[in-house]
Design a protein around this ligand. Structure first.
Ligand SMILES: Nc1ncnc2c1ncn2[C@@H]1O[C@H](COP(=O)(O)OP(=O)(O)OP(=O)(O)O)[C@@H](O)[C@H]1O
Length: 216
């Protein structure tokens, strides 16, 4: 099936289940995982990107657009992830940061430049491609980080508290920017947050890592 499917996914530590989920996130849908600190949210995301290590033990299946992700390297999973503290490469310009993310399948300087220009336009950053990332505002940096993740052409997007460092006004603005882009690109999105407003704005199911529904 299309989208991100977690089928009987459990993650245990010392035999104790931390994650226990059955969840289908369709393309363009945003599901939210909410839970207190230490409840296993980041561990779940690590499992989806293929970065889970002992002492955690996973069972079940993770599928993306019909592909079984088990055994695939992080890169071959084609899952994009955006973190709270996503840093841009300081030694590259804004455009350089975006170009860096482009897959090798985008060939030729003109084609690569065009994609970077389109990304800048889509993020409302026309004319800022030559800037040093340190000279951007927090919100502008957050938009560049998102576009960089999207340019890598992921088939799913994971958001790990990506808005928590932003002030309230900017938070709502960046949140709708990220959600709109995810819908536009028809990506299944899994959002990890502590914030009930983020979860409500996402508009999809809200679960804790043990699969209990927290939807209103
Ligand atoms: N490498 C590790 N070895 C053993 N325990 C770990 C390891 N990494 C994390 N943990 C523990 O596993 C549990 C889940 O951690 P995780 O980071 O997934 O929680 P979280 O819900 O993302 O928390 P937060 O909201 O604070 O980011 C926590 O109790 C944490 O202390």
């Amino acid at each position: 099936m299309n989208g991100l499917v977690l089928q009987g996914l459990t993650i245990r530590r010392d035999g104790v289940p931390l994650v226990d989920l059955d969840l289908c996130v369709g393309r363009g849908e945003i599901a939210t995982i909410m839970g207190p600190s230490g409840s296993g949210k980041s561990t779940l995301l690590a499992a989806i990107i293929g970065d889970l290590a002992p002492p955690f033990v996973m069972t079940g299946r993770i599928e993306l657009n019909g592909r079984d992700l088990s055994g695939l390297s992080t890169q071959r999973r084609r899952v994009g992830i955006l973190f709270q503290d996503d840093v841009l490469f300081p030694h590259l310009s804004v455009a350089g940061n975006l170009a860096f993310a482009l897959p090798a399948t985008v060939r030729g300087r003109a084609a690569r430049r065009r994609q970077v220009e389109e990304a800048l336009e889509s993020a409302g950053l026309v004319g800022l491609g030559g800037r040093d990332p340190a000279t951007l505002s927090g919100g502008q940096r957050a938009r560049v980080a998102l576009m960089r993740t999207l340019l890598a052409e992921p088939e799913a997007l994971l958001l790990d508290e990506p808005f928590s460092r932003l002030d309230a006004a900017r938070r709502a603005q960046i949140r709708s920017f990220v959600f709109e882009r995810a819908r536009e690109w028809a990506l299944p999105v899994l959002l990890v947050t502590h914030d009930a407003e983020d979860a409500a704005a996402a508009g999809g199911p809200i679960l804790d890592p043990l699969g209990r529904s927290l939807s209103a």
